[in-house]
Write a protein that binds this ligand. Structure first.
Ligand code: F6R
Length: 612
């Protein structure tokens, strides 16, 4: 949610900032801006409502702004509508200080009122402007820039990643972080800040992650980091080993399509290193077998698609472990007074590792004494760093706002974790264990097989793309699969859709089924296939158009009732959602394509949701 980039070096800053922002645009895309400092022209700010390309045109790709030092921002609006004025960077009244910000300043109104009473005039409706104005106010009083930065950080409440330029500091910019991601990038003769590595990977793979309360002064020849007390800090560096091309479209029209196609490989990378001699092993797991045996209860918390992974996990973990698994939306967990204690293992699932609701749930769970295990894609992210154990999903960078390969790899890690625990607890027999491991190893190949059938899905999407409302129905794991399938469709195609446990239809929703209503019937959960069929017949009798999904072994049976049948290979029952999701992602993608939607950047959304 909002992307920040900062650069200082010997090359012209503006084109580098724009390039970095392009890679961060998935974090927010309602407006963008850059501030550059040069000896000749002082502090220059250009910003504009709309996509980054509008800003790029405004500054001729950055060529019209001189200076080798600057910060940039791409926005997902929180305070104030997306317009030119509310775009970042924000300037102090005297135009000596420029600020870019990701996060929310919760007490901005109180600070704004104070500054207004001191005669400060505001230009925007944003919370961020108070940071620029308050900093300029303290700086005017004291003449001490760093001291004033600390005063501001002590006064503001909320979450922030900040990039600050001051015309009195011609060779450096200042960065600060609390509860919003910010990393430092170390180049040769140049240095960076960024909300995530994709913005700097072209220039450097040597990064470190800022901690809450830290402040950095970034110069071309080095970065000095200070802790919340102003004492110098030595940072641990991390090396980013993935390729630049991983964050590029590579000839595909959309990142989402590329990421759908990358799933077999991503899943392979997630599975392979964790199966040794037919046994699942998590070398990175610190939890001992004794500690696993002591777990009284498992609680899964997550948001959106990651929550849907948790829904599959609830069914599978309870089946494998024969003990209760609770699941709650992270945004609810925090305020629900959840029944969590020292005996509880809380599993937090997050692609970005920065989702504020999930982070807040994690901290609440920790306060209640729970042990935290997270399943995260972004290495070094906040959720990963604050967990007792982290299992990375190795999906590589996911750029499209709608998640696909991260979902699939999360699902695999959770299934494998269930298997690992089940072996320790002795709740799985050898035959079943071996069968699942063997199917896990075959899964990437079966996923490739599903992807080969994309033309059939494209055809069905062209047939049904103009329906206004779609219902996804299924039982057990198919219900969990339906939740994610429905979210995929609605978020990128703007078609209203709902997911229902098939058995629930008759308790109300079936009243909405009429001639021509599109129902996507999920029938991959073979143990309840016959029950699923009964529900399909019920909606068919009420005039629904049906697209069904089932396994190869059940397709003939399904075809007796339904004309449009999509299939996936048979696998072990607990892994079936990993195959079933692929046609559903493709269906959503092709529907959105037919409807001319902006697939990688759906309206009102952003990739990393760092506000509550
Ligand atoms: C939907 C989607 C979102 C995320 C949710 C949680 O396609 O991507 O629903 O799953 O915002 O994000 P993470 O997993 O980063 O915590």
């Amino acid at each position: 949610m909002c992307g920040i980039v900062g650069f200082v070096g010997t090359e012209q800053a503006a084109p580098i900032l724009l390039d970095g922002l392009e890679r961060l645009e998935y974090r927010g895309y309602d407006s963008a801006g850059i501030a550059v400092l040069s000896e000749k022209n002082g502090l220059q700010v250009r910003k504009s409502k709309g996509r980054l390309k509008v800003l790029k045109a405004l500054v001729d790709g950055g060529r019209t702004m001189d200076g080798v030092l600057g910060v940039g921002h791409t926005r997902w609006a929180t305070h104030g509508e997306p317009n030119d004025i509310n775009s970042h960077p924000h300037l102090s009244q005297d135009s000596h200080i420029a600020v870019v910000h990701n996060g929310i300043i919760e007490n901005y109104m109180e600070i704004k009122e104070f500054l207004l009473s001191q005669g400060v005039e505001f230009r925007s409706e944003t919370d961020t402007e108070v940071v620029a104005q308050l900093l300029a106010y303290y700086y005017r009083l004291s003449g001490d820039l760093m001291g004033s930065v600390y005063r501001v950080l002590h006064r503001i409440e909320g979450a922030y990643a900040l990039g600050i330029l001051c015309s009195d500091l011609p060779d450096a910019f200042i960065a600060a972080r609390k509860d919003a991601p910010l990393l430092l990038g170390y180049g040769e003769g140049c240095n960076f800040i960024a909300s995530d590595v994709t913005a700097v990977i072209k220039h450097t793979r040597d990064v470190s992650y800022m901690e809450d309360g830290e402040v950095a002064v970034v110069r071309a020849d080095g970065i000095q980091v200070y802790n919340a007390m102003g004492q110098p800090v030595e940072k641990t560096h991390s090396f980013i080993d993935w390729d630049v091309s991983a964050a590029e479209k590579g000839g595909y029209e959309h990142f989402m399509f590329k990421e759908i196609m990358e799933q077999p490989e991503a899943v392979r990378k997630t599975i392979s290193p964790r199966i040794k001699e037919g046994r699942i092993c998590f070398e990175e797991l610190k939890m001992t077998p004794e500690e696993i045996r002591e777990i009284g209860k498992i609680f899964i918390v997550a948001c959106g698609s990651s929550y849907h992974v948790g829904m599959v996990g609830k069914y599978n973990l309870e089946r494998l472990l024969r003990r209760p698994v609770d699941i709650m939306l992270a945004s609810e967990f925090r305020y629900a007074d959840p029944l969590v204690d020292e005996d509880t293992l809380v599993i937090v699932i997050s692609q970005s590792g920065e989702t504020l609701d999930s982070m807040a749930a994690l901290r609440e769970a920790r306060k209640l004494g729970a042990r935290i295990l997270s399943i995260v894609n972004v290495v070094g992210s906040s959720i990963a760093r604050e967990s007792d154990d982290v299992l990375y999903t190795w999906a590589g960078p996911e750029i499209a706002v709608a998640t696909t390969k991260a979902y699939s790899t999360q699902l695999i890690v959770l299934d494998m974790l269930g298997m690992y625990f089940a072996e320790v607890l002795g709740t799985i027999d050898r035959g079943n264990y071996d069968a699942i491991v063997s199917e896990l190893q075959a899964l990437p190949y079966k996923m490739e097989e599903v992807l080969e059938n994309k033309e059939t899905i494209q055809y069905l999407a062209s047939r049904y793309f103009n329906h206004d409302s779609v219902f996804y129905i299924g039982r057990n794991l198919d219900f969990a699969l339906g939740l994610e399938s429905s979210l995929k469709l609605k978020e990128i195609s703007y078609v209203h859709s709902e997911a229902y446990a098939s058995g629930e239809l008759k308790h109300g929703t079936i009243s909405l089924i009429e001639d021509g209503t599109l129902v996507v019937a999920l029938g991959t959960y073979v143990p309840l296939f016959d029950k699923a069929m009964s529900n399909i017949v019920e909606v068919k009798a009420r005039g629904a158009d049906i697209v069904a999904l089932t396994t190869d072994s059940k397709k003939e049976e399904m075809r007796k009732t339904v004309e449009n049948v999509l299939t996936v290979p048979d696998t072990h029952i607990i892994l079936e959602p990993s195959l079933g999701i692929i046609p559903m992602q493709l269906f959503a993608y092709y529907v959105a394509l037919q409807r001319g939607c902006d697939i990688d950047k759906p309206r009102n959304l952003a990739k990393s949701v760092t506000v509550e």
